[in-house]
Structure formats: structure tokens, C-alpha cells
Design a protein around this ligand. Sequence first.
Ligand code: GRF
Length: 218
Amino acid sequence: MNTSQSYLKVAVLVSGNGSNLQVLIDKVQSKQLPIHLVGVISNIKEAYAITRAQKAGIPVTVLSHTDSGKRMTMATFQRHALEQLRAWGAELVVLAGFMRILSAEFIEQSPPMINLHPSLLPHYKGLDTHARVIASGDKWHGCSVHIVTPKLDSGQVLTQSVLEVGIHDTPEQLQKRVQVLEHCLLPWTIALIVQGSLPLDGCTVGATLPLPWRLIAV
Ligand code: GRF
């Protein structure tokens, strides 16, 4: 039988509420996701995600850029974050609501990294995705998990989950509906990575199973 020692060591980077982190915690605790959450890094010291991690007994490192009234430079943040990821032995890094842009050097030196993005990439990279989808009158929206590369929100898309935009949806309503999808998509994607079904090296799975894989809610 597998023990947590041999489970994939996963670190999570957060900046906010941490509802996606909570889903991972819950899945691990209920033994539905065979990973070891080795630690959480937050760049915001007030982030509720920190409380969630602490309640679950997961090590937390806060690398706040407002400590001592001074902004931590991105280079300093990344140096500390990389040291911490190495100390934890992280084998996979998950960006779950992490709101800083990472440098190419950091991404190259980090363990493989995936990001959860609230749009159907390659559409709507960047911020305010829900409002932009509504303004464009799109029929479909959703969320994606992709490999992090130096170009923002542009790495290989691994998985997506899709919903139909309601004619009366506001950006806030759409955000809530997409978050429900995210809470299924992220653990599902990590489970696929653990079982070796998704590549983290940017190669596609094969002609018969082109990426992204889609999780369709019924
Ligand atoms: C999610 O909506 C995700 O798509 C985006 O940031 C949000 C994080 O939410 N990248 P939470 O902190 O996990 O609740």
C-alpha cells in the first residue's frame, strides 16, 4: 500500500481565499487524492488560504511584499520561494489563485508548475475574465488548468471545464458558477497527473487523445 512518503509532493501557491486549496485538502483528507500537500506559500499575509492550510496542519510560508512597510522585490520573493520549494521537496507546484507574475528564471528552476485560470484558454488570458466574456456576448465560458511557462497564461492547456453563459449572468454570478467547475477540475487534473495520464513536459498525449481533456458537468 502507498504511504504519504511515496505520494507526489505538491506545494500550492496562493494569494487569497483558498477555496481551491480547501478542495485539495478535503480530497487528500478523505483519501480521494493520492498526493502529499507539503506546503503552502502565500504572498499575502492576510490571505484566508493561510488559515485553511494551518487548520489542516500544512506548513505555510508567508512571503509578503508589504512586511516592514517595504515591498519585497520579485527577485527576493522568488529566491525565498524556490528555497522553500526545494526544502519541502516539492515535485509539483500548483498556482491556485496566486496573483503575482513569476519570472522565466523562477519557472525554469521550479518543479513543474500548473495554473488554474478562469477562462477557456487561449481565450481571455489575464484578469477580469468573467466581465470580458459577458461584454463579448460569448455563449461558452469555463476554466482551464495549464502548464506554467514564462508567457502569461500561454502554456499547454491540460484540462478544461465548460459552462453555458446565462443571458442574465453578471460577472459575479459567472465567477461563482465557474468556481464550482474549478473545484472539480483542479483535483481531477492533479489525479490525472499522478496517474501519468497528462504530460508535464509540454508534449501532447497523442493524436487520439488531443489536449485539453474536458470535464463536462452533467
Ligand atoms: C480562482 O477563481 C482561479 O481561477 C483564479 O483565482 C481564483 C482563486 O480562488 N486563478 P480561491 O482563492 O481558490 O478561492
